[in-house]
Design a protein. Structure first.
Length: 74
Protein backbone atom coordinates (compact mmCIF):
# COMPACT_ATOMS: atom_id res chain seq x y z
CA UNK A 1 0.00 0.00 0.00
CA UNK A 2 1.30 3.43 -0.95
CA UNK A 3 2.28 5.81 1.82
CA UNK A 4 0.96 9.34 1.34
CA UNK A 5 2.65 12.45 2.67
CA UNK A 6 1.29 15.92 3.34
CA UNK A 7 3.22 18.82 1.83
CA UNK A 8 4.93 19.45 5.19
CA UNK A 9 5.92 15.78 5.48
CA UNK A 10 7.09 15.77 1.85
CA UNK A 11 9.28 18.81 2.52
CA UNK A 12 10.77 17.15 5.59
CA UNK A 13 11.30 13.94 3.60
CA UNK A 14 13.31 15.98 1.06
CA UNK A 15 15.42 17.61 3.78
CA UNK A 16 13.44 20.86 3.97
CA UNK A 17 14.13 21.96 0.40
CA UNK A 18 11.80 22.85 -1.17
CA UNK A 19 9.66 24.21 1.65
CA UNK A 20 6.08 23.06 2.25
CA UNK A 21 4.89 26.44 0.92
CA UNK A 22 6.82 25.93 -2.32
CA UNK A 23 5.37 22.44 -2.69
CA UNK A 24 1.84 23.85 -2.24
CA UNK A 25 2.56 26.44 -4.94
CA UNK A 26 3.96 23.84 -7.34
CA UNK A 27 0.86 21.69 -6.72
CA UNK A 28 -1.48 24.63 -7.43
CA UNK A 29 0.39 25.28 -10.67
CA UNK A 30 0.20 21.61 -11.69
CA UNK A 31 3.93 20.90 -11.38
CA UNK A 32 3.64 18.33 -8.60
CA UNK A 33 1.70 15.02 -8.90
CA UNK A 34 -0.61 15.38 -5.89
CA UNK A 35 -4.02 14.10 -4.86
CA UNK A 36 -6.64 15.74 -2.70
CA UNK A 37 -7.92 13.63 0.18
CA UNK A 38 -10.60 15.60 1.93
CA UNK A 39 -9.14 19.06 2.43
CA UNK A 40 -5.52 17.92 2.31
CA UNK A 41 -3.15 17.73 -0.60
CA UNK A 42 -1.01 14.62 -0.43
CA UNK A 43 1.61 12.95 -2.59
CA UNK A 44 2.67 9.33 -2.58
CA UNK A 45 6.16 8.73 -1.30
CA UNK A 46 7.01 6.88 -4.54
CA UNK A 47 5.75 9.72 -6.79
CA UNK A 48 7.62 12.27 -4.66
CA UNK A 49 10.88 10.34 -5.13
CA UNK A 50 10.29 10.09 -8.89
CA UNK A 51 9.48 13.82 -9.09
CA UNK A 52 12.53 14.78 -6.99
CA UNK A 53 14.86 12.68 -9.14
CA UNK A 54 13.68 14.09 -12.49
CA UNK A 55 16.40 16.16 -14.12
CA UNK A 56 15.86 19.83 -14.82
CA UNK A 57 13.63 22.52 -13.38
CA UNK A 58 10.68 21.42 -11.22
CA UNK A 59 8.40 23.54 -13.39
CA UNK A 60 9.45 21.84 -16.64
CA UNK A 61 6.93 19.01 -16.15
CA UNK A 62 3.20 19.55 -15.85
CA UNK A 63 0.59 17.28 -14.34
CA UNK A 64 -2.61 18.92 -15.66
CA UNK A 65 -5.02 16.59 -13.87
CA UNK A 66 -3.43 17.41 -10.51
CA UNK A 67 -3.50 21.22 -10.58
CA UNK A 68 -5.39 22.49 -7.56
CA UNK A 69 -6.61 26.02 -7.25
CA UNK A 70 -6.77 27.63 -3.86
CA UNK A 71 -10.37 27.68 -2.64
CA UNK A 72 -11.74 31.01 -1.51
CA UNK A 73 -14.60 31.52 0.92
CA UNK A 74 -17.78 32.91 -0.61
Amino acid sequence: MARFLTMRQASEHLGGVPSAETLYRLAREGHLPVKRIGRRLVISEVRLAEWANEPGDARSRTYPDTAHERRTAS
